[in-house]
Design a protein around this ligand. Structure first.
Ligand SMILES: C[S@@+](CC[C@H](N)C(=O)[O-])C[C@H]1O[C@@H](n2cnc3c(N)ncnc32)[C@H](O)[C@@H]1O
Length: 235
């Protein structure tokens, strides 16, 4: 009896917490009504975007801590990087290092440069295999102020922007990414979506920034993901 009531209390608490923390479908629907034109990039499948059947990719291990880029976004991102045989990958926003490790695992020929403004970021890199670590160049700096350094480096094949999601930062990071990507390369942005409290607090303005950019570049939303993508023309 004792056990049973503890079980039900636990379950109630669990469901209660979930209600607070998970975006409820009704909340999502209300947000969509409040901003009917917020998410307006046209969608595209991986194959349509690449113009070829997407490659099959495999990971020896997949780093998937709870609050990182989820596999539903991460696997398509790595598939795109492999699809263009990216050898130079740049990431804005290392966080704990999981996404940089996943890029390195999925693209063993690639060098992955990952930026984070916080010196304590990238803690998972210490746990990665030696070859994977040797693929990763970790830079502690504000990406937006790296113009001079990046200008003298060869251009990048694939850039993943997942740093500060506020409007000015996304604008600034995107402008710099456009200057360091090669013709035919891909820029991908994470978190093109409604994120309840983050959006309402002005912490996720990726859609606003990208809708602006889409007036000048053919940005697309990858089907089934929160990832927006742009392929740079070759001519
Ligand atoms: C959403 S997390 C990145 C998650 C990571 N890409 C993943 O999926 O594992 C955002 C990170 O961007 C970093 N950041 C914010 N502004 C930045 C900037 N201007 N330059 C470099 N990093 C920045 C933050 O410190 C934070 O660790």
């Amino acid at each position: 009896m004792m056990h049973r009531s503890r079980f039900y209390n636990g379950l109630r608490l669990h469901l209660g917490l979930k209600r607070w923390f998970l975006p409820h479908p009704v909340v999502s629907a209300m947000l969509a009504m409040l901003a009917p034109r917020r998410l307006r990039l046209p969608t595209v499948t991986l194959g349509e975007f690449l113009g070829t059947p997407p490659p099959t990719i495999s990971f020896r291990a997949l780093y998937e801590p709870e609050i990182n880029t989820p596999p539903t976004d991460f696997i398509p991102l790595c598939t795109l990087a492999r699809g263009i045989d990216a050898r130079r990958i740049l990431e804005v926003g290392t966080y704990n290092g999981a996404s940089a490790i996943n890029f390195a695992l999925a693209c063993p020929e690639a060098k992955v440069t990952t930026y984070d403004i916080r010196p304590e970021s990238g803690e998972l890199l210490a746990t990665a295999e030696t070859e994977v670590r040797s693929q990763i160049d970790r830079r502690i700096a504000n990406f937006a102020t790296e113009d001079n350094r990046l200008a003298v480096e060869p251009p990048y094949d694939f850039i993943f922007i997942d740093g500060d999601h506020r409007l000015e930062s996304v604008r600034r990071d995107s402008a710099l990414a456009l200057r360091c990507i090669r013709p035919g390369g891909i820029i991908a942005w994470h978190d093109y979506r409604h994120v309840g409290s983050e959006w309402l607090q002005g912490l996720n303005e990726v859609p606003e920034a990208l809708n602006e950019l889409a007036k000048h570049h053919p940005l697309r939303l990858l089907c089934g993901t929160t990832v927006a993508v742009l392929r740079i023309p070759t001519n």
